[in-house]
Ligand binder design. Structure first.
Ligand code: OGA
Ligand code: NI
Length: 357
């Protein structure tokens, strides 16, 4: 107990600093600041996990371009239905584009604090910002993460707002964004087809579309059992494409248990966001996931959120509504939804509930 008090005493002096990475750099007590400690019943419980030899489906997209097309579409549909998550290999993005993206991200988070702070903002409406935790203005407990959030599409409208240090940041991240968009469109086609819809259904439903990116930096954490990198949430957008480095941390909820989705080289992780759940009238579910942290290693992940444009109207596809499947939500604009999401402190499960009929 006295140890804990010591920790809190020591840690209070850090409240003036904003970025977690800089708190970590200065912290020497071996304890995390009290503002990061979750209440007992909300901690990760690192021992109660689904067995590590179970994982989410791994789908080979190479086969999508040939006679196996319908099998791949079927596999994607099944994964969306059962897990809400799957991994893809042979996705068409060259290995070097992935490794360069991770390298430059790490380099960015190694820049001196004063350089990175130029981009700092706690305003979720900014189209380019560095921030920490999740939503520092409203959250009660902080999360063990810093992140750089970028709007990426149309690329030419945003790329010049991005950090110009490291030197090749814009070029490398820009290339990654273009490649990921191609993949997102391919996946949206497969998802549409798997629902028996016309290929371009989802893409059209998203209107002019948006693409946002979060480059997540999770520093090593002296007490990973007390906090999260990201607490359980589901993504508010249409689909998410996640690139992670070699350090585990992502977990998804399956049958009431948390399942680790460990990194596999050159694969990307895809998950269904709230808007595909809506458009598919609940056929496909957005699944709760979270990121845990660990004592020894920092971790980088790059999440691409492919989204509707703010003025696009979201509602279940008419073809997927019938007596057996009554519509799950009313119609709303993505802008309305997104504003609510940021007001809710990452409880996007309840966010979707706000739009249900
Ligand atoms: C996210 C997310 C998971 C991870 O950024 O929305 O779920 O492993 N990230 O970083
Ligand atoms: Ni997420």
């Amino acid at each position: 107990m006295s140890n804990k008090l010591d920790c809190m005493g020591m840690c209070s002096e850090f409240s003036k600093m904003v970025l977690l990475s800089d708190i970590v750099r200065r912290e020497t007590s071996g304890c995390i600041p009290s503002s990061y400690v979750r209440p007992k019943n909300e901690r990760p419980n690192l021992l109660d996990m689904e067995s590590s030899d179970v994982s989410i489906p791994l789908i080979n997209l190479h086969e999508m371009d040939d006679h196996q097309h319908s099998l791949v579409v079927k596999a994607i549909g099944e994964a969306c239905k059962s897990d809400g998550f799957f991994m893809v290999k042979n996705h068409g993005i060259p290995e070097t584009v992935l490794s360069e993206m991770l390298r430059i991200s790490k380099e960015y988070f190694k820049l001196p604090e004063c350089e990175r702070m130029k981009a700092y903002s706690d305003d979720p409406k900014k189209t380019m910002r560095l921030s920490t935790s999740c939503n520092v203005k409203i959250e009660k407990v902080a999360s063990w993460r810093d992140y750089l959030r970028l709007h990426c599409y149309p690329l030419k409208d945003f790329i010049h707002q991005w950090p110009s240090n490291p030197h090749s940041f814009q070029e490398i991240v820009g290339e990654y964004c273009k490649r990921v968009r191609e993949l997102a469109l391919k996946l949206l086609e497969a998802i549409s087809e798997s629902l028996g819809m016309e290929k371009k259904y989802m893409e059209k439903a998203l209107g002019k579309q948006g693409q946002h990116m979060a480059i997540n930096y999770y520093p090593p954490c002296p007490q990973p059992e007390l906090t999260f990198g990201l607490p359980g949430h589901n993504d508010p957008n249409a689909i998410t494409i996640l690139l992670q480095d070699t350090v585990p941390g992502l977990q998804i909820l399956r049958n009431g248990k948390w399942l680790a989705v460990n990194p596999l080289p050159n694969t990307l992780i895809i998950n269904i966001g709230n808007q595909i759940e809506v458009l598919s009238n609940g056929r496909y579910k957005s699944v709760l996931h979270r990121a845990i942290v660990n004592k020894d290693n920092e971790r980088i992940s790059v999440a691409t959120f492919y989204c509707p444009s703010y003025d696009a109207v979201m509602e279940p596809a008419r073809e997927l509504v019938d007596e057996e499947h009554p519509r799950i939500t009313k119609a709303f604009t993505y802008g309305e939804y997104y504003d609510q999401f940021w007001n809710l402190d990452l409880q996007s499960e309840s966010c979707l509930d706000l739009f249900k009929v």
